[in-house]
Design a binder for this molecule. Structure first.
Ligand code: SAM
Length: 281
């Protein structure tokens, strides 16, 4: 008998992946954590039954939540990730030679522990081996209150706006992040799917525009996320991701990025009409 995992993207639509085994299944104080072996996407992490990352397509998400900000900011040194317990964002951040300190603030220690144990291709930089990496097991909301005016870039690599992540999509949180950023800082947050989450996006971008002078959406294709059409919010105090982008600097990077490149950086901000209209409302 074949075993399938299905994530419903709406009442009548979902994605199914054939499963060959369960590597871990357990409940932390925050959520259910499962790590499954899939036939076509490698190992896959679920939180409360929703796809977080798979070994096969995580490079897209982690390239795109990290590199647009770190190649727009002229010299990112101190970077904070809120959420991101799988370690993929930190792995991409420490590729940047300008970064002197990459901090992870993840609310659920079990996610970190199981990612190090079972998802080593993502968690390699958070296993304690990199001196530039600092780990905190804490609520991002609480952490950010204690760390004002400290970071060049803050990435909100959170779960969807349910459970412990609800507060990470509110205007108050964006004001706290604004305060935690230096005067030319940049925040990026995963901002769900323009195809399925129009209402969440309208609220999120309205909340961001109430706080940041520059707010732009950019996109990426992530096959295991709802509709495969995913987005990120770029919120900046000073630098615009297109007009202030130094294409030469990105082109001369001395590390490989399997999805991101200096041309795609610009293309990612060129949105389809329906997505643009929805957040300009
Ligand atoms: N790439 C995934 C996505 O786009 O859905 C996110 C992956 S990462 C595993 C999401 C992490 O956010 C989870 O490990 C979860 O525990 C963490 N998280 C949720 N709410 C949080 C909060 N308030 N503070 C810190 N981490 C939080």
């Amino acid at each position: 008998m074949d075993l399938w995992y299905t994530e419903k993207h709406s009442e009548n639509v979902g994605i199914s992946l054939k499963i060959t085994g369960t590597l871990f299944s357990g409940k932390s104080e925050f959520q259910q954590l499962d790590i499954l072996e899939t036939l076509e996407y490698g190992r896959m992490m679920l939180l409360d039954g929703l796809v977080m990352v798979t070994e096969r397509d995580e490079f897209i998400y982690h390239d795109m939540i990290v590199h647009p900000a770190l190649f727009t900011h002229p010299q990112p040194k101190k970077v904070l990730v809120i959420g991101g317990g799988d370690g993929g964002s930190i792995r991409e951040i420490v590729k940047h030679p300008t970064v002197t300190e990459a901090t992870l603030c993840e609310i659920d220690g079990l996610v970190i522990e199981k990612s190090i144990e079972l998802l080593p291709s993502m968690a390699a930089a958070i296993d304690g081996s990199n001196p530039r990496v600092k780990l905190h097991v804490d609520d991002g909301l609480a952490y950010i209150r204690e760390h004002q005016d400290e970071y060049d870039v803050i990435l909100v690599d959170s779960t969807d706006p349910i459970g412990p992540a609800v507060g990470l999509f509110e205007e108050d949180f964006y004001r706290l992040v604004f305060g935690a950023l230096k005067e030319d800082g940049i925040m990026v947050a995963q901002s769900e799917s323009p195809f399925y989450h129009a209402e969440i996006q309208r609220d999120m971008y309205r909340n961001l525009r109430a706080v940041y002078p520059i707010v732009e959406m950019y996109q990426a294709f992530i096959p295991t996320y709802p509709s495969g059409y995913w987005s990120f919010a770029f919120a900046s105090k000073k630098y615009h991701p297109v007009s202030d982008f130094n294409r030469e600097r990105a082109a001369k990077r001395d590390f490989y990025t399997k999805y991101y490149n200096e041309d795609l950086h610009l293309g990612a901000f060129m949105l389809p009409t329906f997505a643009k209209e929805n957040i300009s409302a």
